[in-house]
Each structure stands twice: as C-alpha cells, then as structure tokens.
Design a protein around this ligand. Structure first.
Ligand code: UDP
Length: 296
C-alpha cells in the first residue's frame, strides 16, 4: 500500500527469518526494542501486537508478560498521544476467560481468574484495554481494540506450543498427537490472512468506532475434531494420546462476530480445512529444509 513501516520487536518469540524478505524494501526498517521501555519515533498509525500469545511462552516469564501488556500499552499510548497517531490494540478472547456466555459477545465482561497461570496474559490484556479506554477519554487518542480469537497459519514457530502447530508438527513427524484433557473442549480457529484483513478494516473505520470488537472465525471445533482433521489432511499414521489438561484451560470458545460484520463489513473467508492445508504445506517445507540443513 506504499506505507513506510517501522517494525519494533524484541524477538523474544518472533523469528527474524519471518521478516527477512522485507529487508530489501527501503521503506521497511526494524528496531530491536522491548515495548516495556518507552519509545519515541514519528508515526501516524500504531499496531500494538507485542506480547507472546502461546501459553507455554507467556507463562515462561509471567512478570515480563504482564509488563509487556501493561507498560507496553502505556508507552505506545503515550507515543500516540504525542504524535496524534491512531492506535490499534491486539486484545484477546482471553478477556472472556472461561466464558459462561456462549458464543462470546463484546458486552460480556468475562469469567477470568486473577490468580493463576493464565492471569499474566488475561489480566495484562484486560489492563491494556482499560488504559486504551482511559487515554481515549482523557487525551482523545484515536483507539481501535480487536479481541482476537485463536489464530493460526504459516510462519508460526514449530515449537510455538499452541494446538494447531503442535498437532501439525507431530503429525508430520509421525509422533503421538498430544490431546490435553479429553479433547472435548472447543476453540474457533481463524486463518491469519482473514485476521489481517480484519485489522486493516478496523483501522479504517470512523474515529467514533473504538471497539472492542471480536475478530475470529465462528466455526467451532473440539480439540479432538481438530486432531482428526490434521491426521486426515497430513495422511499421518500418528495416534492421539491424552495428557493432563492445563489449569484454567477454557472449556469453550466461539466469537459472536455480528459487530465486526456490521461495523467493518468483515467476516472470515478461509474454512478450517483450507487454512490447515496451507499451514501443513508451510511446516512440511520447513521441516524438510531443517532436515537438509542438519544432514548438511
Ligand atoms: N491443546 C492440546 N494439545 C496441545 C496443545 C494445546 O490439546 O498440544 C489444547 C489446550 O489445552 C486448549 C486448546 O488445545 O484446550 C487450545 O490451546 P492453545 O494453547 O492453542 O490456545 P489457548 O486457546 O488455550 O490459549
């Protein structure tokens, strides 16, 4: 679209190889920086996507995760207030916790544990929403908040730890597929391209629309169904095995996307099977490359 992009990342979970192809684009630059520290650059739009999103990664250093969401939001909101930039916040379906309302609508306040292994992520993101609200009220900062539901696609790390990448990598390697609990819990999986469309459409809405707005795919699947689809699409001989369900793991999750449909004219277009095929293709190539590098 001809924009100049400044990518700010501490690369705690992101891979530099994912932006390698952009390095030759002269309007693309990278600053290695952690958003828990203030940053001062000239910008007119900010997308705050900073924070590890996979439970094993955000739980590895929970204090840093909380700082990333809270101090990160504060620092970027201060930058937005100074520059007059419009600012996007990657919030999360985790603000609904283990939801008692199904599907989840934006005006549901959630069922979140403030004292547990997921709290650093959930409460960090909830606090960030509050800061966005307060900067909008106090300084008239133009804010856009998206509540993102489970997202997957090419360029995830093979060791990301979330369910889609775990199952695909396990299936491709012929390893056991690890189902946490009995696999009856549900999630709704959105392909990354659909999500990015949603970001752009939200950012382009009238300043009076701030969100929060759910962005996700309303197709809901049990984890067991996901495992079956991955086994079928990879043609793998892997078997499923059960592992303990992590503490506070939400039972069910599905977005109500009526608001996104109405305000953004957005809805996801990629069905789970198509998105899984593309993601399987990516991991297949990645694992083959890795095997060659290892032999080499
Ligand atoms: N899960 C699983 N096996 C795995 C990884 C995750 O059964 O190897 C389950 C996990 O317990 C949860 C769901 O899959 O019920 C989605 O987990 P994920 O970490 O992808 O995201 P979450 O929605 O929990 O943040």
């Amino acid at each position: 679209m001809g924009h100049s992009i400044v990518c700010v990342d501490n690369f705690s979970t992101g891979l530099e190889r994912n932006i390698h192809h952009l390095r030759s684009y002269n309007r693309f630059s990278v600053i290695r920086h952690d958003v828990i520290d203030p940053i001062d650059i000239e910008v007119d739009e900010i997308y705050n996507l900073a924070c590890p999103a996979s439970p094993p990664h955000y739980q590895a250093d929970p204090i840093h995760t909380m700082k990333t969401s809270v101090f990160g939001a504060l620092n970027l909101l201060e930058l937005a207030a100074r520059t007059g930039a419009r600012i996007f916040q990657a919030s999360t379906s985790e603000v609904y916790g283990d939801p008692l309302v199904h599907p989840q609508v934006e005006n549901y306040w959630g069922n979140v544990n403030s004292f547990g292994p997921r709290s650093c992520y959930d409460e960090g993101k909830r606090s960030a929403e509050t800061l966005f609200y307060d900067f909008h009220q106090t300084y008239d900062v133009e804010i856009k908040i998206a509540r993102i539901f489970n997202t997957y696609g090419p360029h995830m790390r093979p060791d990301d730890g979330r369910v889609v990448s775990n199952f695909i990598v396990q299936a491709l390697k012929g390893q056991d597929i690890t189902i946490y609990g009995d696999g009856s819990q549900t999630r709704s999986f959105c392909f990354v391209d659909d999500l990015i469309e949603g970001f752009q459409q939200l950012m382009a809405t009238d300043p009076s629309f701030t969100g929060p707005v759910n962005l996700g795919n309303p197709g809901e699947f049990t984890i067991l169904e996901l495992a079956e689809q991955v086994i079928e699409l990879t043609g793998s001989s892997s078997k499923t095995i059960c592992k303990p369900l992590p503490k506070d793991d939400p039972r069910q999750r599905r977005p109500d996307i009526s608001l996104a449909r109405e305000k953004l004219g957005w809805q996801p277009l990629v069905p789970l099977s198509t998105g899984l095929e593309k993601t399987i293709c990516y991991f297949d190539r990645l694992l083959t490359e890795e095997a060659h590098e290892w032999v080499g």
